[in-house]
Design a protein around this ligand. Structure first.
Ligand code: PFF
Length: 460
């Protein structure tokens, strides 16, 4: 490739950026609420199993493809197969997934920004419980709040990605990730001293089968793709900015441990707070935006902790959004040879526009009867999904698992010895893990992903 590619300044820089991609709304917003809905305990154990036997092997496969090709996904698949090869479709699917996911991810990130602002400017302490509960509904329904914060969040994401790998993405991760870990630690200490901690600890770690269903297992599996940023080439792209000598195995394990650690700590922060004020852990997507502000409004120190919590959520979302945008930008820079700044602004603006239907999905007065009604009737009555739900569903249940399956099959069946040479030769330890890794990619990952698909179409 004639163009000069950026690189991380060190392996540590890569770990921070990749952990920044992995740690996001999936850890702090989604994981706690799906854990709550699935009864804690067993669900957490199954999730840990999915991370170890499906997520981690795919993460290693992605970093390997990126590091050894030094190219973004489409180019990487071309390099290891041939021009015009259908494998390149996995790369394109990833670019499409970046557009789909970031367009609605940015809306949730916008709520986090809005709540940061609300908790600083007016505070929740003076508000009645019912009013805080109603607030989220009114935010979701308000087109201007959603679109405004969506625009602000996308503008910040664009500004960082436009500055490139080293001076933009890595720098942002080096600043934001340590802040994120410190905030999380402060919140954990606070939660650990609250009344609900023992109950929460039991809820998260004591296996209880009563709420566990087959669907829970598949939900855990699907979420392991999303939370580790797998299946759409984000780790291929980030891996392509690694130097070839950087170790693959220990790096991937570190990222997976950081991501899982943050998800568990997020539960250990949220559930004690929820239990302390006697609220329901199975509150669904509103857990973070409804239950938590209510809980903070009733707790000592809530006026300081609430802004900290929403800032944490915003930072986590930002470092993930950067990686989503980078997947699309890297494609235009590497393949179409568009200068980075132009590619970033162009892609970011298109994603912003793509996100507008999601911003209006709460049902708004903008189009009379509400955009959500319109999209619900387009995409089916009954459990009709609005645009926002549809994008989330498509990405988490179809695009990422499909991409992950393709990547696993490609590395384990198609690359063969090349994968061993590229991935494990430079790894001075764990070389023997190679066959275990290939076994998981060849058999276990495809069976798991197939089960997710069969479930999604209602066969199992
Ligand atoms: N891993 C992110 C989260 O847990 O919020 C979401 C994500 C980021 C998914 C980047 C996919 C991706 F490429």
């Amino acid at each position: 490739m004639a163009q000069e590619r950026g690189h991380w300044s060190s392996r540590f820089g890569f770990i921070l950026a990749a952990a920044g991609s992995a740690v996001g709304l999936g850890n702090i917003w989604k994981f706690p609420y799906i854990t709550g809905e699935n009864g804690g305990g067993w669900f957490v154990l199954i999730y840990l199993g999915c991370i170890a036997i499906v997520g981690l092997p795919i993460m290693m496969a992605e970093v390997l493809i990126g590091r050894s090709s030094q190219l973004s996904p489409v180019g990487a698949f071309r390099k290891f197969s041939h021009g015009g090869s259908p494998w390149m479709g996995i790369g394109w699917l990833g670019v499409l997934a970046a557009f789909v996911i970031l367009s609605y991810y940015s809306i949730v990130a916008g709520w986090a920004m809005h709540y940061t602002w609300l908790s600083v400017s007016s505070g929740f302490a003076e508000m009645e419980t019912d009013a805080i509960g109603a607030l989220f509904g009114s935010v979701y329904e308000n087109p201007w709040i959603n679109i405004g914060w969506h625009a602000a969040f996308m503008a910040i994401t664009i500004a960082i990605v436009a500055k490139g790998v080293h001076g933009g993405i890595e720098l942002a991760s080096r600043v934001l990730m340590p802040v994120l870990f410190i905030i999380l630690l402060v919140l954990l200490i606070y939660a650990a001293t609250s009344d609900g901690f023992a109950q929460a600890f039991k809820f998260i770690f004591m296996p209880d089968t009563s709420k566990l269903t087959g669907a829970s297992v598949l939900e855990a599996l699907g979420h392991s793709f999303f939370t580790l940023s797998l299946g759409m080439g984000a780790m291929i792209t980030y891996g392509s900015y690694l130097h070839k000598k950087d170790d693959l195995v220990s790096t991937s394990i570190t990222i997976a441990i950081l991501d899982t650690g943050v998800a568990l700590v997020a539960c250990l922060v949220l559930f004690p707070i929820i239990f302390s004020v006697g609220m329901d852990p199975a509150a669904g997507p509103g857990l973070v935006f409804v239950s938590i502000p209510i809980a903070f409004s009733q707790m000592a120190g809530g006026a300081i902790l609430a802004p900290l919590f929403f800032l944490l959520l915003t930072f986590a979302a930002l470092t993930s959004a950067i990686s989503l945008l980078e997947v699309a930008v890297a494609y235009f820079v590497d393949e179409i040879k568009i200068p980075r700044v132009i590619a970033t602004v162009m892609t970011g603006v298109v994603i912003f526009i793509f996100g507008i239907p999601s911003a209006l999905s709460g049902g708004t007065a903008l189009f009379g009867s509400g955009f959500s009604d319109m999209t619900q009737s387009i995409f089916g009555e009954g459990d009709g999904k609005n645009w926002f739900d549809l994008f989330d569903y498509l990405a988490s249940n179809w695009m990422l698992p499909l991409g992950g399956l393709g990547i696993a099959v490609f590395v384990a069946w198609r690359m063969g010895d090349k994968a061993r040479e590229e991935g494990f030769k430079t790894s001075n330890h764990l070389g023997k893990m190679y066959w275990g890794w290939v076994f998981l990619l060849r058999y276990i990952v495809p069976i798991g992903v197939l089960a997710v698909f069969l479930h999604a179409i209602g066969i199992i």
